[in-house]
Design a binder for this molecule. Structure first.
Ligand code: PFF
Ligand code: NA
Length: 453
């Protein structure tokens, strides 16, 4: 029987899928966001909750997304629709795909702003701007950047164009080609920097901060942040992994592949934390400094090392590459849907979406200067995009996906697609039917209760 394939193309082999999905997962979430939200939420206790979420909620949902994508072989919106039809359900399930595509655009808008900062730092490091910089100067420099609308706009625009150029190339000539070049580069850079951070001393205090468990630090707010981050970091709840799954070869096993991706993502986050916190403490900086944490601490550390600007340069190149491969996956669900729906080529689809994302991104940039007074529930536009996606839309999307895969799709379809050993299938089935939906619903409910009671 001829294997059903996506009209958009297919990965050449299982490894390309693993690398592409890892490229989607490993991004600013690991290197920029994880350290600063860990700092804001008190360290070890937060990390533990986050790891539990990855294991009990993230991995089972990632399996479901790959499964749905590979069985549907289309954009998430249309794959959900077809699978619903196959299981004799209402096509309203495709609404989960819609929310996902929207979340992708919203995430991209603030993601691109931060990626723009990263590009600015790549250029600055190459220029030697940060040699011998102290922590006060580094803080000032970052603040100046945030106030400088034009510079922000330039780098944000550059990043949007970089991403669109790859996505417009399609699955094989765009996504796969970028993956094959960028992912090996990412691993090499990460390895160099890990070796560097381990020899740079002051390891103990940073290690302690990450892994010392103090339950008194935990609030329901921080549990919600940990849950939301487990979705964000694994690119779940919005269809990126589903879209990538739709290009996956049929023979490859889903379970083992997913575990590998989750493991790599977690490893990169922990390594990033271990690289950043020792520096924070060694320079008496505040671990709760927020989004600027990475942009202030790292230049300080690199600025003081002999040859540090070279490592600093490599580090920001690494972050830029990681952000690039992730942002590509943020656009893929919406682009694939537009191509299916309007029967257009990728370039016009990418251009239309690129303009939309770019405009939203300008509002995010403005949060740091001309729109800094615009606040909704105490949040700037930038914070709002982040909060609404990571803490609400992604977990909600994940909840729908878990209910859909666990309770709605016919069991034979699941078994056929997963082809797992009985034990592992049962473990996954239990997690997706009970553990994941209950955990997400309970954490939502408790937070609402705490807000209004
Ligand atoms: N997983 C990416 C990160 O950790 O930076 C961010 C992301 C990419 C989130 C793609 C969601 C997504 F669909
Ligand atoms: Na990640």
């Amino acid at each position: 029987m001829q294997e059903k394939l996506s009209i958009h193309g297919a990965w050449s082999n299982r490894w390309v899928f693993i690398l592409a999905a890892t490229g989607s997962a490993v991004g600013l979430g690991n290197i920029w966001k994880f350290p600063y939200i860990t700092g804001e939420n008190g360290g070890g206790a937060f990390v533990l909750v986050y790891l539990v979420c990855i294991l009990m909620v993230g991995i089972p949902i990632m399996v479901s997304e790959v499964l749905i994508g590979r069985r549907g072989r289309q954009s998430p919106i249309n794959s959900m629709k077809d699978l619903a039809v196959e299981s004799e359900l209402t096509t309203k399930w495709s609404l989960a795909g819609w929310m996902g595509a929207l979340a992708g655009v919203m995430i991209f808008s603030f993601y691109s702003v931060v990626a723009g900062w990263v590009l600015y730092y790549v250029a600055g490091m190459a220029n030697g701007d940060f040699i011998d910089i102290g922590s006060e100067m580094a803080g000032k420099r970052f603040e100046t950047l945030l106030g400088d609308f034009e510079t922000l706009l330039i780098w944000h625009s550059v990043f949007v164009i970089m991403v669109m150029a790859v996505v417009a190339g399609g699955v094989n000539k765009g996504l796969e080609r970028a993956t094959r070049i960028m992912m090996p580069a990412l691993f090499v850079l990460l390895f160099i920097l890990l070796a560097y951070s381990m020899t740079s001393g002051a390891f103990g205090q940073g290690f302690d901060f990450l892994f010392h468990f103090d339950p008194s630090q935990l609030t329901w707010d921080s549990v919600l942040v940990a849950l939301g981050h487990s979705f964000f970091t694994l690119s779940l709840g919005m269809g990126s992994i589903m879209a990538y799954g739709s290009y996956m070869p049929k023979k490859a096993s889903i379970g083992g592949t997913v575990v590998m991706i989750a493991l790599l993502d977690t490893l990169v986050a922990l390594v990033a934390g271990l690289a950043i916190f020792p520096i924070v403490f060694a320079n008496q900086l505040d671990p709760g400094a927020g989004p600027g944490l990475m942009f202030i601490t790292l230049p300080v550390a690199f600025g003081q090392m002999p040859g540090g600007h070279i490592f600093g340069f490599l580090f920001f190149v690494l972050i830029a590459v990681a952000a690039w491969t992730s942002a590509i996956s943020l656009m893929e669900p919406a682009v694939a849907w537009m191509v299916e729906k309007f029967k257009i080529k990728r370039l016009p689809a990418c251009t239309a979406l690129g303009v939309l994302v770019w405009a939203l991104g300008v509002a995010c940039l403005g949060s740091f200067n001309f729109m800094s007074d615009f606040k909704v529930a105490g949040m700037t536009f930038f914070d709002l995009m982040d909060f609404a996606t990571a803490n609400i839309m992604l977990p909600l999307g994940g909840l729908f996906i878990a209910i859909f895969a666990g309770w709605k799709v016919k069991q034979y379809a699941l078994q056929d697609e997963l082809a797992m050993q009985r034990f592992w299938f049962s473990a996954w089935y239990f997690a997706i039917r009970y553990v994941a939906p209950v955990a997400v619903a309970a954490i939502f409910a408790l937070n609402l209760y705490n807000k209004f009671a």
